[in-house]
Design a protein around this ligand. Structure first.
Ligand code: FE2
Length: 470
């Protein structure tokens, strides 16, 4: 790691041509960012960290530390060992490779994070972004996070951004945060809003700091519909609403056609022993599912039963006072399908397979045996979606809430293995967004693109209003 001096007399990291002042400021910002996000297990170990906390002291010590790394510490490097650890990093990175054994020796209990290219040899590769967002595998050095015109998130080549098409979006703290393609989707008629991508899927919309609160009654539902089809689940937080079912119902009608059930259109999702809709109205955990899986009509041509799932769920949280649990998980096909492969089952093989499912008769659905494909076209957009129901034996739930699921492949052991690996994938952190409800949250979820489930909860009250819309 060699250094030179810039025209102001400050040190410059020769390989990267970055002035010390910028390196120092960058490090300080990273630390502040980690602090603001509550990332307490993340520690930054670099030259400045070893020495100082202010700029003057940093300048004074940076040279000394570099000399130390170039001298005594570098002498302790076992070159043969280093050879074995060598990766396919870019040439200038190899300088820091030489110091790895020393760093590992000093920081035995830590995992070193690297943001350079990895071929999974000597490193464990972690995706920083969901697979659907970074199809070209750009490294963080070269990529910028961008929300495209259809609200999908992509990592794009930072050196080739057309700023006539994009704008820089600042976060709540007024800091540059991400790029966003200019689009009418983000124009909500006088409402000043932040559109924040959720990890690993979905988007949060709320009033900009110092603006709002805005009335839900004034929200343009055609914008909501477009956005919810691009990015599910769509979460609106901090919007006020007159707490009356007719107001909620009218907004649902602006979204689309309400799909009714024998119990009516709006379901009060809370503990309720008087209505039998599996374990929707209990405190216990639920399986990953999509709504309407067992709501069927008879196919006139074949005489078989086919499900009629609604396109959207529209939720309005009423109370979220449960002390522990009660999260809703949303697993998006956009993230799951790119992860299919030899470890689970390749997409093309899954296209040919079917799964069989059954649940006993309920007041509104059930009692028919269904044979379903895993991959079906989205009813609005036609793109591939993944469809499944997590197997849920009676041992896991209240009597009558179980769901039998079999993957139709021989031998049965292979079917069970596929079922388990697909279930694991739905819970994968790269696939499922975990939602902690806040009182008054609205969620618009594309039920065709996602599966959802609820974790068990203990004390307190948890209630949403839910309506299905096509
Ligand atoms: Fe559900």
């Amino acid at each position: 790691m060699s250094r030179e001096t810039d025209r102001f007399g400050n040190g410059v990291l020769e390989n990267l041509k970055i002035p010390d002042a910028d390196v120092f400021a960058y490090h300080q910002e990273l630390k502040a960012l980690a602090l603001s996000l509550g990332l307490t297990h993340l520690e930054f170990v670099r030259l400045g960290t070893l020495t100082s906390s202010d700029l003057e002291e940093y300048f004074g010590n940076a040279s000394k530390t570099c000399n130390l790394l170039d001298g005594p510490l570098a002498q302790t490097v076992d070159l043969e060992e280093n050879e074995r650890h060598a990766t396919t990093s870019m040439p200038h990175i190899n300088d820091t490779e030489a110091f790895k054994p020393s760093i590992f020796k000093q920081r035995k209990s830590m995992i070193r994070l690297s943001i350079h290219e990895s071929n999974n040899v000597g490193k464990i590769t972690l995706d920083l972004f969901p697979p659907s967002t970074n199809p070209d595998f750009l490294t963080p050095w070269h990529g910028a996070v961008a929300v495209l015109a259809d609200a999908s998130v992509r990592i794009i080549d930072a050196s080739a951004v057309d700023m006539a098409k994009f704008e820089v979006i600042t976060n709540h703290a007024g800091r540059p945060w991400l790029l966003r393609e200019k689009s009418d989707l983000f124009d909500w008629g006088g409402m000043e809003l932040d559109f924040e991508p959720l990890f690993p899927c979905g988007m949060l919309i709320r009033a900009r700091a110092g603006c709002g609160p805005y009335k839900f009654e004034n929200v343009n539902m055609s914008r909501v519909r477009q956005l919810a089809l691009s990015t599910a689940p769509l979460l609106l937080r901090g919007f006020t609403m007159q707490v009356e079912k007719e107001v909620f119902r009218n907004k649902a009608r602006e979204l689309g056609n309400i799909q009714t059930w024998p119990f009516g259109d709006i379901l009060e999702v809370r503990e309720n022993a008087n209505l039998s809709v599996m374990n929707v109205l209990t405190r216990e955990a639920m399986p990953f599912h999509y709504d309407g899986c067992f709501k069927t009509v008879e196919d006139e041509k074949t005489g078989g039963w086919i499900p009629t799932p609604p396109l959207f769920q529209m939720f309005r949280n009423y109370v979220a006072s449960q002390t522990k649990g009660g999260l809703t998980l949303f697993a998006s096909s956009r993230n799951l399908i790119p992860l299919l492969g030899p470890d689970t089952v390749p997409l093309e093989e899954l296209r040919r397979l079917k799964w069989k499912t059954f649940t006993t008769d309920k007041e509104a659905f059930g009692s028919t045996q269904l044979l379903r494909p895993f991959i079906t076209p989205h009813p609005e957009t036609g793109v591939d979606t993944f469809r499944f129901h997590e197997p849920w034996p009676e041992s896991k739930c209240a009597p009558g809430s179980g769901v039998i699921v079999h993957v139709m492949v021989q031998p049965q052991a292979k079917g069970n293995a596929i079922s388990q690996s697909l279930t694991r994938l739905m819970y994968d952190r790269r696939v499922a967004y975990r939602h902690h409800w806040k009182e008054g949250d609205f969620i618009f979820n594309d039920n065709a693109m996602t599966h959802h489930t609820r974790t068990a909860f203990e004390n307190g009250h948890r209630e949403h209003w839910r309506v299905h819309v096509n």
